[in-house]
Ligand binder design. Structure first.
Ligand code: OOG
Ligand code: MG
Length: 268
């Protein structure tokens, strides 16, 4: 993907859109898709909004600890009706520990995803290959992501969702940390349970053929934005299966082949 597209909106509009997204996030009040008011919004514009949101949160003291790839598997693309992957940033304020209770009243319509996360031990920049990603990976581990679109009805187009930081809300690292060459990430299976029942099943190969491909894609998008992936980043490759909607009282467990499991419960 290239961000070498025309900019259709001025800086003031970018700042206004970032503020709308941030307010929707803060007060858990849905807004209409940004493209309803800015129909010509391009992907490049959308990432400008995401960057403005990131700068605003950093000014308020949040620290960017990593990134996420999203819409990288067929089940996710089919669920959302969007067929192009994208990226979002992760801050320290979004992290929740495994086995914790996650509050839902500060989210609009949370959904949970099972993902494989990479922790890097080298800076990655420019156009990189899957093997270069794996060579720069200290360890991989399971993660749950709780996404929460700020758009009414959890409905969006690619431009709107990218501006909304790809629906990032909470993330939960867990399970076992393992060397990336200790197993074939394509054949790592995951069973996602919702209140003790199997809700979704998948394997790592759903994510662009290999989860490390999602990280390579992400580094390419960062390059288009003029950014690099710093050493020590926590990076999620994207949901392996469709996402599961949760409400107060629910529990979610993701069981990964050879990588352990993560459980969280949800509370008002
Ligand atoms: C966009 C974010 C998707 C993933 O892992 O695919 C995502 C969305 O579906 O709201 O985080
Ligand atoms: Mg995700």
């Amino acid at each position: 993907m290239s961000l070498d597209q025309p900019k259709t909106v001025d800086e003031e509009a970018i700042i206004r859109m970032a503020e709308r997204v941030e307010t929707a996030q803060r007060y858990a009040v849905p807004i209409r898709k940004l493209t309803e008011d800015y129909p010509d919004l391009t992907i490049a514009d959308a990432y400008r909004v995401q960057t403005a949101l990131r700068r605003n949160l950093e000014k308020k003291g949040e620290r960017v600890i990593g990134w996420k790839a999203g819409l990288t598997s067929k089940p996710k693309m089919a669920q959302m009706g969007v067929s192009t992957p994208g990226v979002g940033f992760l801050t320290d304020a979004m992290e929740r520990p495994a086995n914790s209770k996650i509050t839902v009243s500060d989210m609009i319509h949370p959904r949970v995803e099972a993902e494989i996360a990479f922790v890097t031990n080298k800076e990655l920049s420019g156009k990189v290959t899957r093997d270069e990603v794996l060579a720069a990976t200290d360890y991989v581990q399971p993660a749950l992501e709780v996404i929460d679109s700020r758009f009414t009805g959890f409905k969006f187009d690619l431009e709107s969702v990218l501006a909304d930081n790809s629906s990032s809300a909470r993330y939960v690292p867990g399970g076992r940390m393992i060397r990336p060459d200790a197993l074939d990430l394509r054949t790592v299976g995951v069973v996602l349970e919702h209140n003790g029942e199997i809700a979704e099943i998948g394997a790592g190969a759903e994510v662009l053929g290999h989860p490390a491909e999602a990280i390579a894609m992400l580094v390419g998008v960062l390059d288009d934005m003029g950014e690099v992936l710093p050493e020590g980043s926590f990076v999620m490759a994207g949901a392996i299966t469709a996402a599961v909607a949760v409400k107060p009282g629910d529990s979610i467990t993701a069981r990964f082949y050879e990588m352990g499991s993560i459980t969280v419960t949800f509370t008002e």
